[in-house]
Write a protein that binds this ligand. Structure first.
Ligand code: UD1
Ligand code: CA
Length: 426
């Protein structure tokens, strides 16, 4: 029988190098906090997650409670190191006999597939404790994996405690662990802080396990990008780029044309159907679903909660947010479509705006366009508003009321032509 697995995610640290008022784990990639990536990557593996919070605990707790029903937060105050952080779950897991995987909230590039392989490795080796490691050409700042002469694990040494010989080691600690909780739990009351940083190091559980004759192993990760940790704004930009490249390659492998990968940004949570073409300088953030045979961009901006069916066109300088768009509908140029439901075979003229926001009541309202509606250029649809099937809207209209089927809605002032007006002025 599969053992029960829980996760502990460390997210209490300060993140000093971000130079920010926002806690590090709430910094975002494609509008999703770093912590969200980690929680999403474990959600199909574990039945419960504990997020250790401390610095800006209220904000982090609010994010977790709002978005992850199977996650609990546990306060660590003061923050005395990564080992101390994990010990905070000891009371909650007092009688737990399954496995615990430990991850860091600032390492968003780890994938579900890798975590599954990691746990498989742990199980097939009958391991009591497995640490994930990888080889870095430049291992600076990471804990080094120190091995015995027979290549078995000895301990982990932090950069600040390392001798020059130890610093030369290129195998580093990824900060991800799998433990048979019952066996390793006693370590947490025995950790000490006799080290350069005066902290209770989680990494010391390796030496503790060896000393207590437990089966301790390292799983060496080949794609070291996955454990890239974020400590600075520059790291954040690098991680965004890695994540984007990964996404674009997977989309291209699945039949999506990306005309210019260098200028295209697409979030991990966006699905795109085959034969859709993404033109340059397009930015797609949040969670979206785009169908087959669509054309998106150049310079389109999809902001999340967007669902677009097959054969649609979202052209240049079109921004779409929280909208459902049925098949064969086009918005070719310079438009904003937000909080909207668009049927099939609709044409949105250039410069059309859904006015969805009332700044006085601070509320957002919906625009609904039924199948075959044609909106003339430069129309403002003042929401809440619904336009019935087949109805046309004259260019330049401001639509403030619902209109039924197959009608023409037009608010344009009548055209006046003053003959010879210019000549008289001259
Ligand atoms: C840690 C590891 C190091 C490893 C690296 C991988 C230790 C002692 N070192 O170093 O071996 O190579 O991760 O990225 O574990 N945190 C808390 N409470 C605390 C301290 C930290 O929750 O009291 C959290 C932080 O928010 C962060 C994570 O633990 O998410 C790691 O802490 P950080 O200070 O970034 O450790 P590193 O120096 O990167
Ligand atoms: Ca770190």
């Amino acid at each position: 029988m599969q053992k029960e697995i829980k996760s502990v995610i460390l997210a209490a640290g300060k993140g000093t190098r971000m130079k920010s008022n926002t806690p590090k784990v709430l910094h975002k990639i494609f509008e999703k906090p770093l912590l969200g990536y980690v929680l999403d990557n474990v959600k199909n593996i574990v039945n419960e997650s504990f997020v250790i919070v401390g610095h800006h605990a209220e904000e982090v707790t609010e994010y977790v409670e709002k978005n992850y029903k199977t996650a609990k937060t546990v306060l660590q105050s003061p923050q005395l190191g990564t080992g101390h952080a994990v010990s905070m779950v000891c009371p909650a897991l007092e009688n737990f006999e399954g496995q615990v995987i430990i991850l860091c909230g600032d390492t968003p590039l780890i994938t579900e597939a890798t975590l599954k392989k990691f746990i498989e490795y742990h199980n097939s080796n009958n391991s009591d404790l497995t640490v994930m490691s990888t080889i870095f050409e430049n291992p600076t700042n990471y804990g080094r994996i120190i091995r015995e002469a027979d290549n078995s694990l000895k301990c982990i040494v932090e950069e600040k405690d390392a001798t020059p010989d130890e610093k030369a080691v290129k195998e580093v600690n990824a900060g991800i662990y799998c433990l048979n909780w019952g066996k390793i739990k006693p370590a947490f009351s025995q950790l000490t802080s006799n080290n350069a940083q005066g902290e209770y190091y989680l990494t010391d559980i390796i030496a503790w396990g060896k000393k207590n004759n437990l089966n301790v192993n390292a799983f060496i990760l080949e794609n070291s990008d996955e454990i890239y940790g974020i400590n600075s704004r520059s790291n954040l930009a690098t991680a965004t780029k890695i994540m984007n490249d990964r996404k674009l390659n997977s989309l291209m492998d699945n039949g999506v044309t990306i005309v210019d990968p260098a200028s295209t940004w697409i979030s991990e949570d966006t699905e795109i159907g085959a034969d859709t073409i993404i033109y340059p300088s397009t930015y797609i953030e949040g969670k979206n679903k785009i169908g087959k045979n669509c054309k998106i961009g150049p310079c389109a901006h999809l902001r999340g909660d967007v669902e677009i069916s097959d054969n649609c066109k979202i052209g240049n300088f079109v921004e779409v947010k929280k909208a459902k768009i049925d098949h064969n509908t086009n918005a070719g140029h310079l438009s904003y479509i937000g909080d909207a439901e668009l049927g099939a075979h609709i044409n949105i003229g250039a410069g059309t705006i859904t006015a969805n926001y009332d700044p006085i009541t601070k509320t957002k309202s919906k625009t609904i366009l039924k199948d075959n509606v044609k909106i003339g250029s430069n129309t403002v649809l003042v929401a809440p508003v619904e336009i019935g099937e087949g109805t046309n809207i004259g260019a330049g209209s401001v639509i403030t009321k619902n209109i039924g089927e197959w009608a023409l809605g037009i608010t344009r002032a009548p055209l006046r032509i003053l003959e010879n007006w210019v000549k008289k002025k001259m």
